[in-house]
Design a protein around this ligand. Structure first.
Ligand SMILES: [Zn+2]
Length: 509
């Protein structure tokens, strides 16, 4: 008998449907698998056979062939155990092959017949939706994740016995309730901008950066709250729409990082890789490519603390995704593209000891300082629009007793400014001032007379590069938008010029 069951393979962040076909025929008893399965997928035959035997399904000695179609892509992971088991059971006519028609299934089977959770369930269910499947069968552990998609019925099974029952009579499994509300917001983090005392300048810079989606660099001695500020950036970004949440959940599902209890990614991510992270951990990769830190920071913030300590290779690879918002990873099996639309926030000390320009405390020579600054490549700095100092907080600021604004208040303003930009750029391929290309700057950054004069004066004095000049205009555009002004005036330019801390004070010529 021949039977076919639908499952799916994960390639990067894409999902491809895979037909798992089983055929039982007379001949020497054997169990063979064809259709480009990886070594791990091949192990399914032992797991499935042992699990079926341990659950009382003894097969007559026959020749079993399992084929994965299409054969031209490699099948990875343990998720094929369930479809292989179902196809074999159907081929032996223990279950009807009509019942498995139009059902997407995936899961790992233990030797005792228990079905274990796997990563990548959400994208598979999305794939089932696009194929118009009748329903999906997933491991019970992944049921909450699968049920995030409303228009496909999803059943969760705990073991082989339930799998067979569910295929024969799916109704009770599809109706099975999950206790709590999965769309509840997980608000346990409780981080808020009002936690930050003092640092008004840096908070203002952060609001501008988020409003216009500008990358930012925080420069200051240790212990002034650079990390605290960075961690709170996602709290002032606009909330995610449902489709964006699904997109993020897909990525985290494939990376195997979803929580079983709260599978939906409700919050914008904040990723803070350590400076010893390998380029591969940051970019993503591996034989069967997995998302790296920059993809896990998609729609949120990638924070590089102590940026000069990162390896040059790790910093250099950020350049392309900062431009293109995706990262391409080439492998023998093909080129994978992972989304990487994140806001970069970097932090650094002003010198190796951390106290420059406080010459009473700084013990570094000017050579040491230039070497330290030189570790960050110019091309990467060129992609950072706002660099600002985070100075030590004075005693008076700490004890003024005044609470700062909450994240909710700031987020409302940010949302308004982002609406203005969306409206302005609706015919361009961008949505934020931070993405303005040099060819669009003249069109969208009109200046008053006094603003052009101020810019010309600053240009003569500091001798900016063309790129610096464009960055100043982009930041000034955001500041003007925050005041709902269409034409950029002098004080907008003046403030934008103040966010060049890296050029102004710290590069020793
Ligand atoms: Zn120093």
């Amino acid at each position: 008998m021949f039977a076919s069951v639908l499952s799916a393979a994960i390639l990067g962040v894409e999902v491809c449907p895979v037909q798992v076909e089983a055929d039982v025929s007379n001949g020497l008893p054997s169990f063979i698998m064809v259709g480009f399965p990886s070594a791990q997928v091949k192990e399914a035959q032992d797991r499935v056979r042992t699990a079926l035997k341990n659950n009382g399904y003894q097969f007559p000695p026959k020749r079993i062939t399992v084929n994965f179609a299409p054969a031209d892509m490699k099948k990875e992971g343990a998720g094929f155990d369930v479809p292989v088991a179902a196809a074999v059971l159907a081929a032996f006519e223990i279950i009807s092959s009509r019942d498995v028609n139009g059902v997407m299934m995936a899961g790992e089977i233990g030797l005792d017949g228990e079905i274990h959770g796997i990563s990548g369930i959400l994208p598979m269910v999305l794939c089932a939706r696009s194929l118009g499947c009748r329903f999906c069968v997933v491991p019970y552990e992944n049921l909450k994740e699968g049920r995030l998609i409303k228009d496909v019925p999803v059943a969760g099974v705990k073991n082989l016995k339930e799998l067979i029952e569910c295929i024969q009579n799916p109704e009770p499994y599809l109706k099975m309730e999950i206790q709590e509300d999965i769309s509840a917001r997980n608000t346990d983090k409780g981080m808020d901008f009002s936690d930050i005392e003092g640092q008004e300048g840096a908070k203002r810079a952060a609001e501008i950066a988020v409003s216009g989606f500008h990358n930012m660099l925080l420069i200051g001695p240790p212990g002034t709250g650079k990390t605290m500020l960075a961690r709170r950036l996602p709290t002032i970004m606009p909330g995610l729409g449902f489709e964006e949440k699904l997109e993020l959940t897909r990525i985290y599902s494939i990376a195997g990082l979803l929580s079983r209890e709260n599978p939906l990614m409700n919050e914008r991510p904040f990723r803070s890789p350590h400076h010893t992270s390998t380029p591969q951990a940051i970019a993503g990769g591996g034989r069967n490519p997995r998302p790296g830190e920059i993809t896990l920071a998609h729609k949120g913030v990638l924070f590089l603390d102590e940026m000069p300590e990162f390896s040059r290779a790790s910093l250099e690879l950020l350049r392309q995704p900062l431009e293109d918002k995706v990262i391409q990873i080439a492998r023998a099996s093909g080129t994978y593209s992972f989304p990487a639309d994140f806001m970069l926030c970097a932090a650094m000390n002003p010198c190796p000891c951390g106290y420059y320009p406080d010459l009473n405390r700084c013990t570094c020579t000017s050579g040491e300082i230039s070497h330290y600054m030189g570790k960050i490549s110019r091309p990467l700095l060129d992609r950072i629009d706002i660099s600002t100092e985070v100075p030590p907080v004075s005693f008076a600021q700490l004890h003024c007793g005044k609470k700062g604004e909450t994240s909710t208040i700031i987020r409302k303003r940010v949302e308004k400014v982002q609406k203005i930009q969306e409206e302005r750029y609706k015919d361009e391929k961008i949505s934020f001032n931070g993405q303005l290309r040099s060819s669009l700057i003249d069109k969208y950054c009109p200046l008053t007379d006094s603003a052009s004069k101020l810019l010309a004066r600053a240009f003569e004095r500091i001798a900016f590069s063309a790129r610096s000049y464009h960055r100043i205009l982009k930041v000034a555009r955001t500041i003007a938008d925050m005041e709902e002004e269409e034409i950029i005036s002098g004080h907008h330019i003046g403030e934008a010029l103040s966010y060049r801390a890296f050029d102004k004070d710290f590069v020793i010529k």
